[in-house]
Write a protein that binds this ligand. Structure first.
Ligand SMILES: [Zn+2]
Length: 88
């Protein structure tokens, strides 16, 4: 019995099918525009790229997110909890 409509070798998790893991927008400083502009942020498989919506300049900010943004949020929660438990 066929469990998927995708051709062999395609899992359905491919970028073209599943899309980015994370999409966001942020107002950031752009080196090329030399001012703060709206940026489009896209995360996929731990790689996070940011694109200036004015000049289209793209850069990799994976380091900022340290891989998985969801995981980063979890870590933050755990840290908050830990700080709470310590009482300071
Ligand atoms: Zn720009």
């Amino acid at each position: 019995m066929m469990s998927s409509n995708y051709p062999p070798g395609v899992t359905g998790n491919e970028y073209e099918i599943a899309g980015p893991d994370m999409e966001s927008e942020d107002n950031r400083y752009c080196d090329k525009c030399d001012k703060k502009t709206d940026h489009y942020i896209e995360g996929y498989r731990g790689a996070v790229t940011i694109q200036c919506q004015e000049c289209g300049d793209e850069s990799d900010i994976s380091d900022e997110y340290d891989g998985d943004p969801d995981k980063a949020m979890e870590d933050k929660k755990e840290l908050d909890l830990w700080v709470q438990e310590r009482g300071y």
